[in-house]
Write a protein that binds this ligand. Structure first.
Ligand code: AHR
Length: 330
């Protein structure tokens, strides 16, 4: 009997411990932009698996590229009293009120990827993100050189007329990649952007915009390069060019940002030339900062920078192999 009592007590104690552990597990809310690109999907997957590995309960909201959905999701996370809020903002503006609300509720906010423009940044512990301005500069610097190589000069002369596919209007990568690219262009007077339009970071958007560029320029006459703020729009542009009987990668230099597998495949096929890699597997870095902060480490820099690197046809196959190894967990 005494023995039975001891077992019952042990079971009760163990279940109390489980309840206590569950109660003390961290809960964070992640207000994600949407699923507009291959990069975004890979980033969401990295966040999901990093949250799991960190033992954090992550509430995930996909705003489908609609800023109002995203603000609503953050309001809901505040009402649920999560331990921290992560926002990957669609656009830079419209955040003042809800961030103040998070601050009043004493919920720390972490900005990932894109940035916000707010009067008071004090609710934000840190932003963990790449340098979009640098990405634009890397793309511009590559094009400044590539367009002056013999074969391209023979095709287009020394002037390089560029068509630009912009990302979502009002988003920090669209603003800063454009600015970085133009800052490099200012150093090389032979580079000119002759057409520029938003394709909203999607394959369909990039295809539609390119179709209109092709029409407006009588088959891209006088154009030497296509600069796209992300790979998916570039992949859409490639489709439109091929359908119009044009030869991207051979007759037009194609440079973009993200470094997703399909873009590397396009490079291997000779239809794209360069892409600046925006790392998508940054979930572990993000959760290391959040866990550290919630555990008492409060001296993180306001901007935890993620490096970006440029890839070309020279290492495209290597990058395809690298992605395949990641998928296998290698
Ligand atoms: O904010 C980063 C950008 O958003 C990526 O370059 C693009 O693919 C995504 O949609």
């Amino acid at each position: 009997m005494h023995y039975m009592k001891w077992i019952a007590g042990a079971i009760a104690g163990a279940s109390m411990m489980v309840a206590a552990t569950a109660a003390s597990a961290l809960t964070v809310g992640f207000a994600q932009t949407g699923h507009e690109s291959d990069w975004r999907t890979a980033f969401s997957a990295s966040m999901q698996s990093a949250a799991k590995a960190a033992g954090i309960d992550m509430k995930f909201s996909d705003a489908d590229q609609k800023p109002e959905n995203q603000v609503k999701a953050v309001h809901a996370f505040i009402a649920q009293r999560v331990d921290a809020i992560i926002i990957a903002p669609i656009v830079e503006t419209g955040w003042d009120e809800v961030l103040k609300e998070a601050k009043d509720a004493k919920i720390p906010v972490f900005i990932v990827d894109r940035d916000v423009k707010v009067a008071d940044r004090s609710p934000i512990v840190a932003r963990i993100a790449a340098d979009f301005h640098l990405e634009g500069k890397l793309a511009g610097a590559w094009l400044a050189q590539a367009s002056q190589l013999g074969p391209w000069q023979a095709k287009h002369g020394s002037e390089c007329n560029i068509v630009e596919l912009q990302g979502t209007v009002g988003s920090s990568p669209a603003i800063l990649r454009k600015k970085g690219f133009e800052d490099v262009m200012a150093l090389f007077p032979y580079m000119h952007i002759v057409k520029s339009q938003s394709g909203d970071f999607t394959t369909t958007g990039g295809k539609e915009v390119m179709e209109s560029f092709i029409k407006a320029t009588d088959g891209l006459k006088g154009i030497c390069a296509v600069w796209s703020h992300n790979d998916n729009m570039q992949l859409g542009a490639i489709q439109a060019m091929k359908e119009a009987g044009l030869h991207p990668g051979t007759d037009f230099l194609m440079v973009s940002v993200d470094g997703v597998p399909d873009e590397f495949k396009a490079m291997v096929a000779g239809e794209a030339n360069a892409s600046v890699e925006l790392r998508s597997g940054i979930g572990p870095e993000i959760f290391a900062v959040i866990k550290g902060y919630l555990g008492g480490k409060h001296d993180y820099p306001k901007w935890v920078k993620i490096a970006s690197t440029l890839h070309t046809q020279a290492d495209a196959q290597h990058m395809i192999d690298w992605w395949a190894a990641q998928k296998k967990g290698g």
